[in-house]
Ligand binder design. Structure first.
Ligand SMILES: NC(=O)c1ccc[n+]([C@@H]2O[C@H](COP(=O)([O-])OP(=O)(O)OC[C@H]3O[C@@H](n4cnc5c(N)ncnc54)[C@H](OP(=O)(O)O)[C@@H]3O)[C@@H](O)[C@H]2O)c1
Length: 300
């Protein structure tokens, strides 16, 4: 079987990749935690900090992967604003480490990036639109893309947004957070002026594996097929889960006083991914219904 390394294997996307790739590849999963979160699937796991160039290189040279998917990142947008050095180390320096080791053996890379590389003034964005990040997380993600552009490796950059899904022990995503809050009858103020494509993590994982299968080395926008604002999305989640939506009220982003600026009118045009890769990206209704089945199974 072909060897593949998945970094950030305990994260939401990492776990979805593991579920879908385990029967097709020999996998080495890397993450910062002592143990793998998914213990039902048999795979090789290493606790490793990808910012440690020596250990990462050793690991990559030992396993000799044909492909490496880098999902590991500091994804806390406000945290990146407050801890810039740490953010740069994980989101940029570690990608340099990956490239350094991958060049020794010709490993091909799929790297994850974000809509936060855009300023959200005139989305939806296509792959060749000019980036202009507002905050430090977006800057670090753009810099990570440039690390790959400067390399002579085969690589794809996959930009995504508003990722949701059900996985073991992962930090809350927008959908799981909202469901928990609604179940506790919490009053929620949700922004009406941030738009984007909610993305089912399973679709993203399947698309990444398709990129590898077809060896398409390029930049792709991979997200759900529909654009919606967060407030309407919250109402939709409540409807699909049969939860009371009286506790959800509209607000605008500037009233939240968040540390990092967010791209407001974001969104991705995903036509390149669907036509060139032949993948199906769920719309909101489809994605939420798939998620609902997984969520209920996980909670039962
Ligand atoms: N989630 C979104 O809405 C979204 C949107 C756009 C782009 N993306 C990108 O998509 C990718 C996957 O996102 P995700 O939501 O699946 O992320 P995630 O759930 O936060 O998973 C990332 C995993 O990497 C681990 N990690 C962090 N630093 C590490 C290090 N130095 N060495 C090894 N492992 C480390 C994390 O551990 P800890 O949890 O302990 O930090 C976590 O298990 C990321 O590159 C992200 O930037 C995500």
């Amino acid at each position: 079987m072909v060897n593949i390394i998945i970094t950030g294997i305990n994260g939401l996307l990492g776990q979805k990749l593991l579920e879908q790739a385990a029967s097709k590849f020999s996998i080495l999963g890397i993450d910062i935690h002592p143990e793998p979160f998914n213990k039902q699937i048999n795979f090789k796991y290493e606790k490793l900090d990808i910012t440690d160039r020596r250990l990462l290189t050793e690991s990559i040279l030992n396993f000799y992967p044909h492909y490496l998917i880098n999902t590991a990142a500091m994804t806390d947008v406000d945290g990146c604003e407050k801890k810039k050095e740490q953010c740069w180390k994980i989101n940029v320096q570690a990608v340099k480490n990956i490239v350094y080791a991958a060049r020794k053996i010709g490993t091909k890379i799929v790297h994850l990036s974000s809509d936060y590389i855009f300023d959200g003034k005139n989305g939806p964005y296509s792959e060749n639109d000019s980036p202009s990040p507002l905050g430090y997380y977006g800057k670090s993600k753009l810099a990570s893309e440039n690390v790959l552009h400067a390399s002579d490796l085969d690589y794809s950059i996959v930009r995504t947004m508003v990722l949701y899904g059900a996985a073991i022990n992962v930090r809350p995503n927008y959908v799981t957070w909202l469901i928990s809050a609604l179940k506790e009858n919490k009053n929620l103020k949700i922004v009406t002026d941030q738009v984007g494509n909610p993305t089912l993590a399973d679709d993203l994982a399947a698309t990444i594996l398709k990129i590898i299968e077809l060896e398409k080395w390029d930049t792709f926008h991979v997200a759900g097929s529909e654009i919606i604002d967060r407030y309407k999305f919250a109402l939709k989640i409540a409807e699909v889960f049969g939860l009371e939506d009286n506790f959800i009220s509209p607000i605008i982003t500037s009233d939240l006083n968040q540390t990092a600026l967010r791209p407001l009118r974001s969104g991705f045009n995903v036509i390149k991914a669907t036509t060139e890769l032949g993948v199906k990206l769920s719309n909101i209704e489809e994605g939420l219904n798939i998620f609902k089945r997984q969520y209920r199974k996980m909670k039962s």
